[in-house]
Design a protein around this ligand. Structure first.
Ligand SMILES: Cc1cc2nc3c(=O)[nH]c(=O)nc-3n(C[C@H](O)[C@H](O)[C@H](O)COP(=O)(O)O)c2cc1C
Length: 163
């Protein structure tokens, strides 16, 4: 049990949650899910338009999460989908309300194409921390198990080597 490690994530459609579960199973770390307070089940074009707009205009929507004291943790893993080449608004709200400094931080994204720009933006937003590793998972449900396992192993091993 990694008592010093927490994984904070947001997932709209389940891909990020799927990866978050796998990582927390491997590390036996705490898992904290962030959700929208107003669960508006947006679908189709509206989903991309409204959530994409929220992400690119740096909105901080109201969120729900289990109360947590991040000062109890040295290592924080953050998981988010890529939205409009950025990280998601609920993750912005969470770390605005729970700022982090001098933590060991690892990031993972799930995405359709690329997470490069989202990684950069999240690091800038979070500020001064010790960034350990980052990984992106493209359409993780489509990946074959072996490839996914390899990526998960590399990610979690890098994190444990720095504990
Ligand atoms: C509003 C919205 C915007 C998105 N923008 C991007 C993007 O800019 N780049 C990308 O690679 N994928 C983008 N995607 C795809 C998601 O990042 C991808 O499907 C992700 O795995 C979804 O995670 P989830 O199932 O945990 O919600 C977008 C999806 C949504 C809903």
């Amino acid at each position: 049990m990694e008592e010093n490690v927490i994984l904070v994530y947001f997932s709209l459609d389940g891909a990020t949650e799927y990866i978050a579960q796998k990582i927390s199973d491997k590390l036996k770390c705490d898992l904290l899910k962030v959700t929208y307070k107003s669960a508006r089940p947006l679908k189709g074009f509206l989903k991309y338009f409204i959530y994409g707009f929220q992400a690119s205009t740096k909105r901080k929507p109201q969120i729900n999460y289990r109360p947590v004291n991040l000062s109890n943790y040295d290592t924080i893993i953050i998981g988010s989908p890529v939205w409009a080449s950025s990280f998601t608004p609920p993750i912005r709200s969470f770390f605005y309300l729970n700022p982090v400094k001098d933590k060991n931080i690892s990031l993972f994204f799930t995405c359709g194409l690329s997470a490069e720009s989202a990684v950069k933006k999240l690091k800038i937003f979070l500020g001064y921390n010790n960034y350990i590793t980052e990984e992106s998972f493209k359409a993780p449900f489509d990946n074959n198990d072996e490839y996914l396992q390899q990526k998960l192993d590399n990610f979690t091993k890098t994190i444990t080597s720095k504990l």
